[in-house]
Design a protein around this ligand. Sequence first.
Ligand code: HEC
Ligand code: HEC
Length: 379
Amino acid sequence: MKIPALPLFLALLTLTLFSACQEDNTGDPTVCDNCPQEEPILADYNPTDYSFDYLPDHFPNPILPPDNPMTEEGIALGRMLFYDPILSRDSTISCGSCHFQELSFTDGVAVSTGIDGQLGVRSSMPLVNLAFNPRGFFWDGRSATLEEQALVPIEDHREMDESWDVVEEKLRNHPDYPAKFREAFGIEYASEIDRNLAVKAIAQFERTMVSYQSRFDQVVWAQQGWPTEEEQMGRDLFFVEQALPTQEHPGCSHCHGSSLFTENNFFNNGISNVEDLESFPDKGFGEVTGNIYDNGKFRAPTLRNIALTAPYMHDGRFATLEEVLDSYAAGGHGIANEDPNIQPFALSDEQKQAMIAFLNMLTDTSFVNNPAFSNPFGE
Ligand code: HEC
Ligand code: HEC
């Protein structure tokens, strides 16, 4: 019988190294440099590309960073991380604690509650159609990418209050995560798990949260069915733009236009009655740019699923859409940087109800019930 020389030699060598390692295990790393310190992760790396093929024609193309291609495996990992409270200091808070799917990923309160019951300073934002936003995340646009954004809540003392160093350790020593990270990113060892991979996975998951199947999409774009008279009246009022911005009109589409119902720009929409540009309690965009004329400006959020995301504005100051309309109808407070489209206008009760009926058309029940976005741990 022929003895295969090389495999035998390798097996013997490994044995010698292993026993040397055990015998000399004095805690001095120089004693056994070549000892296998870490077992490779046992899982396959054979990722499946994710495609946005389903997007309707009236949607823009998603903005996808070349260094984070989307795969089914990356998205599945991101979904777990999004809903896993081990990302917080005491394992009580996950991203999903302030972003509920049934509320279009907001949390239904004016300001969010984080770890130890601490109150934050702003209202939770809807997580919807984030893949199409080129202008920065948060109310003030301070995070350029979703990857960058996802780094923030973990270490925010009022939110999850954990250090990324500790989160990395928890993930590396976890019974399931090393295999998931390998399936998503092809790493060989658990020690390669780090914050950058974790936030890439979360961002991939978030980019799949596309809402495109509201009644508005069906009626207006897919031409399945007709708007009611009331909805049509509301739609006309919403989209009316006149030659002179000083003429009376709601002018909503000026800032909440496009098929996304936002172009993600920053405005002072006239809700705050302050002494001067220095006196906004929350400077918003101005804090980011350092330009005083940006004080009190915030990102105009999407109005998709707006019926689900009360209370409204960055500080949750308005409980209902009626209150929002009343505020816009008042036409601002004459602050220097209010947008010229913020002008007083009058709505009859019928017109007001019509505008709300139109806004209700933007609710996408298939988005809020999509099992792909739900908590994979089944809570
Ligand atoms: C304690 C509540 C809380 C937790 C926990 C939380 N968020 Fe948020 N989230 C908020 C609030 C409040 C804002 C708006 C904050 C601001 O503008 O300063 C926000 C904003 C965001 C935005 C910006 C959306 C946009 O359109 O700009 C994203 C994305 C987001 N959160 C994702 C996450 C992820 C991912 C996690 C977990 C790693 C997470 N959040 C954990 C409350 C929370
Ligand atoms: C000049 C630009 C501009 C115009 C015009 C405008 N908005 Fe807004 N809208 C914004 C900005 C900016 C915000 C966020 C402000 C904040 O949070 O402080 C906002 C917030 C909202 C919100 C709250 C969103 C949320 O998630 O909390 C609703 C609802 C809304 N607008 C509806 C409307 C309607 C309806 C009209 C027309 C009557 C309108 N907007 C006109 C810029 C505008």
